[in-house]
Design a protein around this ligand. Structure first.
Ligand code: HEM
Length: 332
């Protein structure tokens, strides 16, 4: 190894270590902007009254913000970059394949940001607003409360291509486990986090292949419970081109606005909506964890909180890195 390569390697290790271990703090805005958490909580609560779907939408927004592709020197984890609008010269994360029309809750972040800028200009990052709003959404749907470590700064890069790390719904257990491991999240964390699929909705297009053309066979996925498949087919009928409507949606389970453990019970009935859900029964270890969560809702919620705290610290920018966006849709 030449001297130059050695120095470069040490620098890379130092920078990646710094990003991974970046210290966020609970109560970060206590002195800087004491009403920050209240303002965000009120915006989430207000929006939830009009449309309960914004709660799952905000949780997913935070997950997708954190799971963008990481490259050394370019920390792009939970940095608010999912909120940036595309321009004529840049297609942003928001318009990447897993996002587009499926995202919701963006206007809640805009409203909270406008109030925060009026109260404490240039202080609260969009990345932190997302983390708080995700927590508030879980609480409002009946989940456990936790203190959100904060101090994230906003990123200056948002590229649609960087969303390729966000796992796809057709992936199998080994693939999703690897995807989470790439973000320093264990399989145990992953199984707990996937319980978030107990709230919210999905577009039919996200799982239509399981109904009509599983693995390009033209048949139904044999791992789907037939009555459940029948119900989904009624909600997601084929159109004249043989596909499904891009706008039709289904609830992800029977209680789509309540953080209950029904997601795990559904898997045992083969009522998992995505391949990536149903595949959680493909190992003894994950099956044991699911059986435990299905009956011990509080234990699941406690594990979910721990995993959310870990997830929300993926490759964050802190200190003088990045910036505080004045408008969450634009780089300053
Ligand atoms: C293997 C990992 C995952 C895959 C493949 C996956 C995939 C998906 C897909 C395809 C949808 C439906 C989007 C649509 O068509 O509208 C969805 C919705 C959702 N996901 Fe995931 N997801 C994963 C992990 C997670 C995690 C870790 C969280 C949160 C901690 C999460 C939270 C949600 C929520 C709350 C919704 C409902 C969104 C809404 O109602 O607007 N997901 N997910």
């Amino acid at each position: 190894m030449t001297e130059l390569t050695l120095i470069a390697t040490i620098l890379i290790l130092f920078l990646s270590y710094n990003h991974t271990e970046a210290a966020l703090q609970v109560g970060f805005y206590r002195d800087k902007c004491p009403s920050a958490e209240t303002i965000i909580r009120n915006e989430v609560a207000k929006a939830f009254v009009d449309n309960r779907g914004i709660a799952p939408g905000l949780v997913r927004l935070h997950f997708h913000d954190c799971f963008v592709r990481y490259r050394v020197f370019l920390c792009q984890g939970c940095d608010g970059s999912i909120l940036i609008d595309s321009t004529s010269t840049n297609q942003a994360e928001k318009d990447g394949p897993p996002n587009g029309i499926t995202l919701r809750g963006l206007e809640v972040i805009d409203n909270a940001k406008a109030k925060l800028e009026a109260t404490c200009k240039g202080t609260v990052s969009c990345a932190d607003i997302l983390a708080y709003a995700a927590r508030d959404s879980i609480v409002i749907t009946g989940g456990l409360y936790w203190d959100v470590p904060a101090g994230r700064r906003d990123g200056r890069i948002s590229k649609a291509a960087e969303t390729s790390d966000i796992p796809a719904p057709f992936l199998q257990l080994g693939e999703i486990t690897q995807s989470f491991a790439n973000k320093n999240l264990s399989q145990h964390d992953m199984v707990a986090l996937l319980g978030a699929h107990t709230i919210g909705r999905s577009h039919c297009s996200s799982f239509a292949d399981r109904l009509y053309n599983f693995s390009s066979t033209g048949r139904q996925d044999p791992s789907l419970n037939p009555p459940f498949a029948q119900l989904l087919k009624q909600q997601c009928p084929r159109n004249s081109q043989g596909g499904v409507s891009q706008t039709d949606v289904v609830f992800m389970n029977q209680s789509p606005f309540t953080m209950d453990p029904s997601y795990y019970g559904n898997l045992f009935q083969h009522n998992g909506l995505f391949t990536s859900d149903q595949t959680l029964l493909d190992s003894q270890e994950t099956t044991r964890q699911i059986a435990f969560y299905a009956t011990q809702g509080l234990a699941w919620q406690a594990d979910f909180v721990q995993a959310m705290i870990k997830m929300s610290q993926i490759q964050v920018l802190t200190g003088t890195e990045g910036e505080i966006h004045a408008n969450c849709r634009k780089i300053n």
